[in-house]
Design a protein around this ligand. Structure first.
Ligand SMILES: *[C@@H]1O[C@H](CO)[C@@H](O)[C@H](O)[C@H]1NC(C)=O
Ligand SMILES: *[C@@H]1O[C@H](CO)[C@@H](O)[C@H](O)[C@H]1NC(C)=O
Ligand SMILES: *[C@@H]1O[C@H](CO)[C@@H](O)[C@H](O)[C@H]1NC(C)=O
Ligand SMILES: *[C@@H]1O[C@H](CO)[C@@H](O)[C@H](O)[C@H]1NC(C)=O
Ligand SMILES: *[C@@H]1O[C@H](CO)[C@@H](O)[C@H](O)[C@H]1NC(C)=O
Ligand SMILES: *[C@@H]1O[C@H](CO)[C@@H](O)[C@H](O)[C@H]1NC(C)=O
Ligand SMILES: *[C@@H]1O[C@H](CO)[C@@H](O)[C@H](O)[C@H]1NC(C)=O
Ligand SMILES: *[C@@H]1O[C@H](CO)[C@@H](O)[C@H](O)[C@H]1NC(C)=O
Ligand SMILES: *[C@@H]1O[C@H](CO)[C@@H](O)[C@H](O)[C@H]1NC(C)=O
Ligand SMILES: *[C@@H]1O[C@H](CO)[C@@H](O)[C@H](O)[C@H]1NC(C)=O
Length: 499
């Protein structure tokens, strides 16, 4: 009975501009010295079942690689282009034509983030911020794309003052001349407020006032739970408190119908000596709990069950970012696609699922010289002592009969034989590590958990069942995009059943 009621709840749209369930997306920063190619990025997204991404620009190659994948994309107007766009509707129309219209509908662009934290990082451009949004929006209207593509601008949560208790929070009043027209715009266009939420920084700057557990969504003893004395709402984590502070700040200006999307949130996995809480464990705990919290459609104490979709910061560790060590270590993956840590997501579905994140394979690098591949193949099957019998005519891995496919098989067999130890997937630079299982048809690669692309669909709805572990991924990966919603509901039910 309880289960039926719950099913009812979950399938009835919540009161929100967006009828969908909450989703988890991922930000893709590119300050990476050996940045994977767009096709490699997309392969990782697919393998990890990541269905929503935000780009910090509108890179053409990346948008092309995302075409026909079903992945929803938020593109961004970089800060350095904001002044031009905010001062000229022609420049804005041009930007939209080149970076959006040229790619839809093949690439499913669902939002445009105009600038990033402009009020706090580029205050000189603030006077033209709302014009920029309006110009971009007009260009979408002219192409009849305004229904499917929302326009907004991510804000730092530091523009919210007195953020605890949330009911007393308000936006820094010096920004009222921008915030009021901005909120009017968001409300009238059915858009959402984009907010960056970093409990890590709030925790760091609180000088011990904020307990680490509270920042990490860990259970607190009831006497330590934060209670808003005005509303008597209980806050069990910093994330919810910040999101509610933003809702209260908006309602203080009389805007009560604008949903919130969290455009960035995360935790660094490594820091220098002044950043002792930037650790693998804390990053794993924060992101794992965040994902479960968001996908549970829990909402916040002020707005229970109003979804707060969230983009994790970020996909890759960005080694080229300046600043303290932590700045380079917010990623879920390193540039080779290896997970930095294994998220604790049991019961949270197939997104970034634990069961195959540890599967890595060694494959021929895209664009590698065929002569080098052939030489490396000969070495692997000879001195390297790899069992290459599967590559012989009539054997499962003979087809496709080309040097890329054959060297991929041999490189991987060697890599697995050497227990994936560092340096064993190189082959003079002709090889690279991937998390996507290259097995195909009856050609099962060493290191594969047995996936051969033919698992029955049913395993996909049973994330915590013991049946062939890695099946879930491949099913979603190759299945239709439209199953996602029902899958999330199924998964939620599953997690409830497991409680
Ligand atoms: C694009 O994304 C939107 C929002 O999630 C969705 O409603 C729509 O069906 C998607 N379109 C395609 C072609 O996948
Ligand atoms: C830009 O604004 C001018 C004056 O308001 C208007 O005449 C023109 O049509 C606009 N152009 C575009 C591309 O929207
Ligand atoms: C409010 O914003 C103004 C303008 O950026 C800034 O000078 C001021 O320090 C901010 N106030 C607080 C309390 O942060
Ligand atoms: C919000 O609405 C109330 C009641 O209509 C009004 O008194 C108040 O001035 C409004 N506040 C703002 C910031 O517009
Ligand atoms: C999930 O949502 C249910 C119902 O809203 C709530 O009771 C439960 O505590 C939530 N679980 C988590 C992990 O947030
Ligand atoms: C990941 O999966 C393995 C094997 O299924 C399991 O033993 C382990 O506890 C899981 N790890 C996490 C962090 O959930
Ligand atoms: C993943 O692989 C590493 C290195 O081989 C191993 O130490 C770790 O236990 C594995 N994790 C899981 C969840 O299997
Ligand atoms: C794929 O795996 C399934 C289950 O292990 C098996 O029944 C099927 O025969 C395999 N298909 C091929 C083409 O090997
Ligand atoms: C997979 O799902 C499709 C559509 O729901 C169904 O027709 C097909 O029989 C299923 N295949 C298996 C192996 O269960
Ligand atoms: C699932 O795994 C657990 C622990 O490994 C085992 O006790 C149980 O029998 C398994 N269930 C099935 C259906 O295989």
């Amino acid at each position: 009975m309880a289960l039926l009621l719950l099913l009812f709840f979950l399938t009835v749209p919540v009161v929100s501009a967006d009828d969908d369930d909450a989703f988890i997306g991922v930000n893709i920063g590119t300050a990476v010295s050996d940045m994977p190619s767009p096709t490699q990025v997309v392969a990782l997204l697919k393998a990890q079942n990541i269905r929503h991404v935000r780009l910090y620009d509108a890179d053409r190659a990346m948008l092309r690689a995302l075409a026909n994948t079903g992945i929803r994309v938020t593109v961004s107007v970089p800060n350095e282009q904001l002044l031009g766009i905010g001062q000229s509707n022609a420049t804005a129309a041009n930007w939209v034509a080149r970076n959006v219209i040229a790619h839809v509908p093949a690439t499913n662009i669902t939002a445009i983030a105009v600038g990033s934290e402009i009020l706090t990082t580029l205050p000189n451009a603030a006077p033209v911020l709302v014009s920029a949004l309006k110009f971009i929006h007009s260009a979408l209207v002219a192409s009849n794309l305004d229904g499917q593509i929302k326009v907004s601008t991510p804000q730092s949560s530091s523009i919210i003052l007195d953020s605890f208790p949330p009911s007393q929070a308000f936006f820094n009043r010096s920004w009222d001349p921008v915030m009021v027209p901005l909120l009017k715009f968001l409300q009238s266009t059915g858009s959402y407020f984009m907010l960056n939420v970093y409990p890590y920084y709030d925790y760091m700057q609180s000088n011990g006032v904020i307990p680490l557990d509270y920042a990490l969504f860990r259970p607190l003893p009831p006497n330590k739970e934060a209670v808003d004395a005005n509303t008597l709402l209980h806050y069990t984590n910093v994330f919810d408190a910040i999101v509610d502070a933003a809702y209260f700040s908006m309602s203080y200006l009389n805007f009560t119908k604008i949903p919130i999307f969290v455009t960035e949130s995360g935790w660094p996995s490594k820091g220098d000596s002044s950043e002792p809480d930037a650790t693998l464990d804390n990053a794993n705990t924060y992101n794992s709990n965040l994902i479960r919290h968001v996908l549970n459609n829990t909402g916040t104490p002020k707005h229970p069950r109003i979804v707060v979709s969230t983009y994790i910061y970020e996909l890759y560790n960005e080694d080229l970012r300046p600043g303290p060590v932590s700045e380079k270590n917010w990623g879920l993956f390193d540039a080779s696609g290896m997970p930095v840590y294994t998220l604790h997501l049991t019961g949270a579905g197939t997104l970034l699922a634990n069961d195959t994140t540890n599967q890595t394979f060694c494959v021929a690098k895209e664009g590698a010289d065929p002569k080098m591949l052939q030489a490396a193949l000969d070495w692997a099957c000879g001195p390297g002592k790899v069992d290459c019998s599967f590559l012989l005519q009539g054997q499962p891995c003979y087809e496709p009969d080309n040097v890329v496919a054959h060297s991929t098989y041999a490189f991987n067999a060697y890599f697995q034989k050497m227990a994936k130890s560092p340096g064993t997937c190189d082959f003079k630079g002709a090889a690279t590590i991937t998390t996507s299982d290259p097995s195909h048809d009856s050609c099962i690669f060493p290191g594969s958990a047995g996936r051969n692309g033919t698992f029955p669909n049913t395993t996909s709805l049973a994330p915590s069942s013991n049946s062939s572990t890695s099946g879930c991924h491949s099913i979603y990966f190759y299945g239709a995009g439209s199953v996602t919603t029902s899958v999330i509901i199924g998964v939620l039910l599953m997690s409830v059943v497991c409680l």
